[in-house]
Design a protein around this ligand. Structure first.
Ligand SMILES: Cc1ncc(COP(=O)(O)O)c(C=O)c1O
Length: 381
């Protein structure tokens, strides 16, 4: 196996270091610059003081959180999960992805992933000994789309699973009901498992998020991954989870116990409370991010970028060709010096790097004043 991830640093580390060195505004890495709700922070403090989670929590996660996750899946999506056997708490979605792939993929298995893909997918498929088979999302009419024929053609006798991500980082695409139904039909027809990364499930501005597990025939073949990081703006707490059948969840737990074993004890109690916040919290989060999306998208368009306004997530992908540029890497490396803003080149999310070369991603999960300043700096381009 070629360990292509060995010795490298991620583009986020490189660009964040560049931001620090140049004093640029960092719209590269996707973390909010304000913390989540005060009452959730207080819940974590209370848990620490009351000695909840200060020692190893139970391997599958504390029962309070597993119950809250099962309630969330039922209330929002009508998905019934037994909190004892069908819910597993992980160290963020990152560990859930790693453990799922390590548990389910055998050496030589093919894993289909939507390209551009979140960077840990490639590394984890590699660590599991699998071969990744990218299916490229293509820009059309201002948004990125899944070509269902291409997806169908990518399935071979060696395909073990499809690794899906919706809402999708970095393109901001939210797969439609029709697209998801087609993925589901294909998975059933070819008897495939699907691991679906839905960490941006609550950050949808247009359309709706529909979990793949809710489609006919999918509950028994889908592992659904989500996380508190994006939904509650506590990316440092690393509380994530997996839901699925007892067999699939047990498989993931078997791998997980040798990765972190357990993590984030007191924060698990706090996120159990966060999941029960009133709907107004999520509405407020979405309204805030929608306004920020519009602010940054308009600013980028005014600066001369072609903008793919995202339907979900907190990223906006742009095409730099209208600026007379074509190499996203060179563009992003020069941008801090040119105008004091950091972005990331989408090419790092591609196997077919040429496909991604002219695209650049900006994050808008930042304070309005920071985005306004970034927009004003970008105007100087
Ligand atoms: C698509 C996607 N999956 C997973 C993660 C990681 O989630 P966590 O911080 O919960 O590990 C991210 C974070 O950026 C992401 O964009």
């Amino acid at each position: 196996m070629t360990k292509e991830w060995l010795g490298g640093t991620t583009i986020f580390a490189e660009m964040s270091a560049l931001a620090v060195r140049t004093g640029a505004i960092n719209l590269g890495q996707g973390f909010p610059d304000t913390d989540g709700p005060e009452e959730v922070r207080e819940a974590a403090v209370r848990a620490l003081r009351e000695g909840k989670g200060n020692q190893y929590p139970p391997g599958p996660g504390v029962p309070e959180l597993r119950t809250a996750i099962a309630e969330h899946q039922l209330k929002r999506y009508g998905l019934v999960h037994d909190p004892d056997t069908e819910v597993l708490v992980t160290a963020g979605a990152t560990e859930a992805i790693a453990a799922a792939l390590l548990a389910l993929v055998e050496s030589g298995d093919e894993v289909i992933a939507l390209e551009p893909y979140y960077d840990s997918y490639a590394a984890c498929i590699g660590m599991a000994g699998g071969t990744r088979v990218p299916v490229t999302l293509r820009p059309r009419n201002g948004a990125y789309h899944l070509d269902l024929d291409e997806l169908r053609d990518a399935v071979t006798d060696r395909t073990r699973l499809i690794l899906l991500n919706t809402p999708h980082n970095p393109t901001g695409t939210v797969l439609t009901r029709e697209e998801l139904a087609a993925v589901a039909e294909l998975a059933v027809e070819r008897d495939l498992l699907v691991v679906t990364d839905e960490v941006y499930e609550h950050l949808v501005f247009e359309g709706e998020h529909i979990p793949l597990a809710s489609f006919p025939g999918m509950r028994e073949r889908t592992l659904t991954i989500s996380s508190a990081g994006k939904t509650f703006s506590f990316t440092g707490w690393k509380v994530g989870w997996v839901t699925g059948t007892p067999e699939l969840v047990t498989a993931v737990r078997s791998a997980k116990q040798f990765l972190t074993y357990v993590a984030s004890g007191p924060f698990q109690y706090a996120i159990a409370e966060a999941l029960r916040l009133p709907e107004s919290y999520l509405e407020g989060l979405r309204a805030d991010l929608r306004a920020k999306r519009d602010l940054l998208s308009a600013g980028l368009a005014a600066a001369g970028f072609e903008v793919y306004r995202p339907a979900g997530t907190y990223f906006v992908t742009t095409d730099i060709r209208p600026l007379g540029e074509s190499d996203g890497f060179a563009f992003c490396r020069a941008l801090p010096e040119r105008c004091g803003v950091v972005a990331v080149p989408n090419a790092v999310f591609y196997d077919h790097q040429k496909q991604g070369a002219p695209f650049v991603r900006f994050a808008f999960c930042k304070r309005t004043g920071v985005l306004e300043e970034a927009v004003s700096r970008l105007r100087g381009l």
